[in-house]
Write a protein of this length. Sequence first.
Length: 552
Amino acid sequence: MTYEVLARKWRPRIFSEMAGQNDALQALVNALDQNRLHHAYLFSGTRGVGKTSIARILAKSINCEQGVSSIPCGKCNACVSIAEGRFLDLIEVDAASKTKVDDTRELLENVQYSPSIGRYKVYLIDEVHMLSKHSFNALLKTLEEPPAHVKFLLATTDPQKLPVTVLSRCLQFNLKNISPEVIVEHLKHILDKEEIKFEESGLWFLAKAANGSMRDALSLTDQAISYCPSELKKIDICNMLGSVDRTIVNDLAVGLIDHDGAAVMSAINKFSEFSPDYSNVLSDLLSLFHKVAIAQTIPEAITNSEGDKEFILDIAKKIPAEDTQLFYQTALLGRRDLGLAPEPRIGFEMILLRMLAFYPDHSDSAERPKNLENKTKIDNNSNIKLKLANKEEKTIDVFKSPPSSGSPVKKEKTITNTKKVALKNASAENWYEIYSALRVNGVLKNISSNLTLFDKEGVNLLFVLDETESAFYDASHDKKLSDELSAYFGTTIVAKIEVGAVSSETPKKRLLRLQEERNAEATENLNSDPNINEIKTIFDGVLLKNTIKSID
């Protein structure tokens, strides 16, 4: 018996067998069940998302001998003939090979004739955007007012190329790319029916390689069945696709976060066994850090689209958000410059080593200012010596000079335990102290920082949210803020948030103001420091204000 490829063998026969496209299917099912049929339908979308399949099922539904229904019987002469591609009243046209106006006119000459055996004569025109301008003009009148027994089903991968006069005459359904989750579930169903063993983790690679196309996924599955003798294993699928094992990318990310150079080099050696496209490996790494950044902001937004949700949520807790951005930007710029490297692997290694070199060591961050203060002299620098020699034998020792009254002197930090604000004393004036003690993060932290305490009545607190910062606010944040305040005050609090113009300073604005004041003070101290001014004079330099940051 001749082998039938999976894409043809498992082509959907009824709407319920379709994978994805629920929105379009719901509209078609309702129209069929209510007998509200349009005379022209346009299905648009990328390859392999179900355009032709939906059109054929629709043709079957309106020509079924049991009556117009969203569930054709599949057994009558019309249903069987359409499924086998021999139904006389279903005329399928490939517009890519019949672009001339003469072909269109010949097609339209037969529109006036009644169906031979079916209820409707259906014209299914695939890749309709390939028709010439004159062909579209010839089609317009018939498309606008076709005979009652004619239905037009148009399919295209590029609806932007269709004239607006055609678009306005059709009921348009834009079919979406199919998500990896849906593709994996569909592949599992088919492989179970085919009695083929598989590793689910390997199917995620097939789903990703399909780029939203179910037909591509089934074609790749056919290829994998031929490649893997007894079972579809992840390692075999990776070798077939020329991709790398996702776990190696995960190991690489962990090595970078742990600042473990040995683990990073070990991952690189594992990559080399696959002879990969290192640009694609960087793309995988970028995708991973993108999801980590989302998890750090909105954890509930992470889906299990590639079977790595738990891993993403786990490492999102181990790395500061700013370091995630650093890794992402380094990989992004490195991918751009990868082609300039002598060899792809060398470029790839240098990108990762750059990440390690610039990754801040948070373990000793508190000691760094002290280490800087202990520095007593500038290292030998020929350029500095040359400049100083030309200044009438004047010598300066920047770090040994006694600080002037205007010199920035590091103030001793005093750590005090802020006394908890009592509920009866809560007000707009001390809302900042209350906010600072709340254990909030993500979107709720951003919203809380833009609130002012407007009114208080017992345990009921009314807040006003700055209307310019309310894009991510919804009613659920009232309950979350109530829970946090209840934990702070030790009693049940009912918080209500209203969006409007704030009348007092929010915590966010206060922090910005204090930071600006500290930076302004630091700038003033630097400008009045004689040593700094001497250096500016020697090197003809200026202080860049945007680089001055207070460290207290």
